[in-house]
Ligand binder design. Sequence first.
Ligand code: MF3
Ligand code: CO
Ligand code: CO
Length: 270
Amino acid sequence: MDDRSKGRLTKDGIRIYEAEDFAGMHRAGELAAHILDEIAPMVVPGATTGAINEAINRMVDEAGATSATIGYKGYQHASCISVNHVVCHGIPGDKRLKDGDILNVDVTVVVDGWYGDTSRMYVAGKLSRKAERLIQVTHDALFKGIEAVKPGNTFGDIGHAIQTFVESQRMSVVRDFCGHGLGRVFHAPPNVLHYGRPGTGAVLEPGMFFTIEPMVNIGRPETKVLADEWTAVTRDKSLSAQFEHSVGVTETGAEIFTLSPAGKFHPTWG
Ligand code: MF3
Ligand code: CO
Ligand code: CO
């Protein structure tokens, strides 16, 4: 069954899924979140991001699921691992983590055709005060966005909630990457911007599935992509953080598909 066979599209081209589809998204989201729980003990000084990625790849396999990122536009890994000033799409490799490094690990799995996409922050060794504040603001920004998810609100309301909070903390929201619709496909309409004006953009309806995945920089918001054509970094080399959940709109608010089964979504928890 492909994506076109389920539900209907809004005038903005956003798919409205059916009540029974939430269960499929929960299964995919839970596996992605569980994998992120399991790697937490591996994030230590001296570990390579390649070894963490290998563990992720193995867990996806052992679950009988598939990685959405392997083969996606030529990407070859089961995760993106973005260290320090890397904003997103960091490629796992041989580089060893150092004490105090902060990193985002982003995993997308496919379970019975449903996509679960989530990322969170980790620290190798001791978390500095500066990085801890960035991580807390980014985490809270994601939840400000999720709180704005309810029928009748707009995507602009989500972006506005995130942007006003981040800027009130004197940090900046990355504009060059955004969240996205997902479901039976990895990336679908709409683009979920993490900045915006209230009341603008498409109106939220029950049955919409999408990610919210704000990237926040301590310094300026501008990014550039390195010669490997994937790794996005802050232009001013300032630290960057990101958290991502996949959510569905219900009659009253949001259901989060990618909650941590172990309650370990944040590096200072669990
Ligand atoms: N998981 C990322 C997202 O949140 C996309 C990664 S695409 C890859 O949308 F090819 F870089 F893996
Ligand atoms: Co995503
Ligand atoms: Co992701």
